[in-house]
Every structure is written in C-alpha cells, then in structure tokens.
Ligand binder design. Structure first.
Ligand code: SF4
Length: 394
C-alpha cells in the first residue's frame, strides 16, 4: 500500500483544488524511475549520510558544494583541495551526470542560445540563454512536457512525462552560469543575472523541487549560485494553491501568470486549468501575491489571431486588472508561437499594436514580449518541442 507521500510522488493525485496537480502525468512515469540523486537534491543530513557511506568526513560535502556553487564545477580535476584518491568517487556520488547536451542552436548573433538536453531516461528538455546589454536571462524547464493541455501549445500536446529533480533543474543553471563566466556567449565574459521558470512544464506542478531549486539559485555560495531571488521568475498557468503557497514562502521571486484570455468563457477553451481555477480565483491570488511580496506580477498573454487579440479582449483585460488597483501588474503580450497546421495562429501586427495601445491608454503597464531567437521563447513553455523533442518515446 503506497503512503500518501509515495502517492504524491507517483504523480497520481485525485484532482480537486488541492494537491500537486500531476494527475495528468504519463502512465510511463512510474517505470522511468527517478533521476540519480545529486548534491542539490540532498539537505545537510543527506549529504552527511553520503559522506559517511563513503567513509569520508562530512566536511567534504561542504567543499564539494563550494566547487559546485561557487566555481560551477563538477570536474574532479578541479577538486585540488580534496585527497587525489577520493576525487573521482566523490564526484560520482554527488555529481552524477544529469543533463547531456544533444544540440545547441544560436540566434541573434550568438546572444541567444537554445540547448536541447537529454536526461538520464532519454527524456528531452530545453533551456534558452538570452543575453541583453544589461542582463543575461536563462529560461529553464521544470518538468518533462506539460500536463496542462493548452490546445494551442506544442508542449501541451506532448503531455507530461515526469517531474524533474532539483538537481536536473539546477544543472541547467550551472551550465549557463559557467558559459557566461567563461565568455562562451557572444559579448565576452559576463554573469548570469536572471532565471525564469518559463521553459517546459508547470512549475507549480513540481512545487517541491522548484522551490528547492529557487532556494539554491538564490542562496549565496556555497549554498547556492547567488542569483538574487528578485531576479527569478516563477510562472504558472494559474494553479491557485501553488500561488498561495508561494506567497507564504517569503521569497521575493517574481510571479508570472499565463492568462491568455480575459474571460472564463474563452479561457476555459484556451487553458483547460481554468475549469479548475477560474479567472477571478487566479487574479485574486495573483493580486494577493503582489500584496504579500511587493513584487509586480507579470501577466503573460499569447496573442492568437482573431481569438483573444481583439479590442474587446484588451478592454476587458484592462478593466479586470484595474479592478484591483494601480501599478500591481505588468502585461506581456507575446505573438503566439504557432504549431504547424493548428487553427491557433499568431496575431496580425496591427492587432498586436492595438492590443498594446488599449492596455496603455487604460493605465496598464504592458510591453510586447521580445521574441528572442524568433521562435524559441514562447509563453510558459511553448519554447520546447520544436527541435525534435522525443520525450515519451522511450
Ligand atoms: S501553454 Fe504553458 S501551461 Fe499550457 S500546455 Fe503549454 S506549456 Fe503548459
């Protein structure tokens, strides 16, 4: 008989309005097993246990954490402060390879780099590094696929294969931070300054691992990478209990809500999760998050031709956001990244322009989202599935 915890981890939840929202997980999930345990998956006690199993003093784990978080290294050759005979064993125990590069694509003269990664079970995920004059942002994945089933979205069509571990999530960050530090991104040496959970997956569906990753991204070395929590964005399609839980964490990350429609009738069709948590519940929770964190909430809105991009939609959106007061929200409309042959396609430029103007004239801060790499930075996970993703194929 499975314990409650095992049930939660199996991803099979009974639905309703609480729980981990993994009830649409692929049936393949269980047989894939769990990724190898990594230093980032272990708390202090867990790290000590591994050290004692290997017969090494527990301070070795601290030295390894320093190599990982401060020096961004998992290479035993760098562990010169450790006894030579133990370096390999410790690296194998704490840093099993979790992500392997499959392909890398560059755009925007080398300032945008999309990497396709293979995980231990053959699943594939992506991350995208985008360098701007004053910052470098990494968009990362937190689940393999996405179970939210938005019909216009390529990742949604893949379904959800499994949750990623904190180690798998953090490895995307470590590699990108090292690329920036080592000058591998056009523009010379620099620093990874921002992380957004807008790659594959619904972060709230993998809450525990995502929060562990957020803590370790933001903590100072040797406990984390030292990227300010204020520069981390956690997105959600509107999983209200997740938003409320996040508000209680007291970590000032930015919240991004993928709204995509201003009314329940339309959003029920575009974002199936709306039937569980409707627009009023989602906006209430988003506004409460603003009150609790003092951080302006981002509203992501993929503009689809003739579906949600008309003047009436912009006016309704502005009215609904203004209902909560001024200056609490920033809207990012983004032209849809369409799936070939789908009836959902990108808006006409003049409709995008009008949408933005209506928001502005109603006092709503809004910026048309940069479509870096032309098609690789979609709203909430749309970025994936375009380069031969074969998650679910094993
Ligand atoms: S639009 Fe976002 S939430 Fe919806 S299926 Fe795609 S990745 Fe998931």
């Amino acid at each position: 008989m499975a314990t409650l915890e095992e049930k939660e981890d199996s991803g099979i939840t009974p639905g309703g309005d609480s729980g981990a929202f993994r009830d649409v997980l692929s049936t393949e999930h269980a047989r894939r097993g769990k990724p190898p345990v990594h230093l980032a998956d272990l708390d202090g006690e867990g790290r000590k246990e591994v050290c004692s199993r290997l017969g090494v003093p527990s301070f070795r784990a601290k030295q390894l954490a320093n190599h990982y978080f401060a020096h961004l290294s998992t290479d035993p050759a760098d562990f010169t402060d450790l006894p030579a005979g133990q370096r390999e064993t410790l690296a194998q125990a704490f840093f099993p390879p979790l992500i392997t590069e499959v392909t890398r694509q560059e755009a925007d003269r080398g300032t945008t780099i999309k990497t396709l990664w293979e995980l231990f079970d053959g699943s594939r995920i992506e991350s995208v590094l985008m360098r701007y004059p004053n910052r470098a942002t990494l968009c990362i994945s937190s689940q393999v696929g996405c179970g939210m089933g938005c019909p216009f979205c390529a990742t949604g069509h893949l379904g959800l294969t499994r949750n990623m571990s904190a180690g798998e999530i953090l490895e995307q960050v470590r590699v990108a931070a090292a690329m920036m530090r080592d000058g591998q991104v056009a523009g010379g040496q620099g620093r990874l300054s921002n992380v957004v959970f807008m790659g594959m997956g619904e972060p709230m569906g993998n809450y525990r691992a995502v929060m562990s990753a957020v803590r370790q991204i933001s903590a100072l070395p040797p406990r984390g990478f030292g990227i300010s929590a204020r520069n981390i964005t956690v997105s959600t399609v509107g999983v209200v209990p997740g938003i409320r839980k996040l508000a209680k964490e007291g970590i000032p990350v930015r919240l991004a809500v993928s709204l995509h429609a201003p009314t329940d009738g339309l959003r029920d069709e575009l974002v199936p999760m709306n039937r569980r948590f409707n627009t009023t519940q989602v906006l209430d929770a988003a506004h409460d998050y603003y009150l609790a964190s003092g951080r302006r909430v981002s509203i992501e809105y993929a503009l689809m031709r003739g579906i949600n991009d008309q003047a009436e939609h912009a006016r309704t959106l502005a009215r609904r956001l203004n209902h909560y007061g001024d200056d609490w929200v920033h809207v990012n409309p983004i032209p849809l990244n369409p799936i070939e042959g789908s009836r959902w396609t990108a808006s006409k430029p003049e409709d995008e322009e009008r949408f933005l103007q209506i928001l502005h004239s109603n006092g709503i801060a809004a910026t048309m989202r940069d479509t870096r790499g032309s098609d690789i930075d979609g709203a909430c996970g749309q970025l994936a599935a375009r380069v031969g993703n074969r998650s679910g194929s094993r």
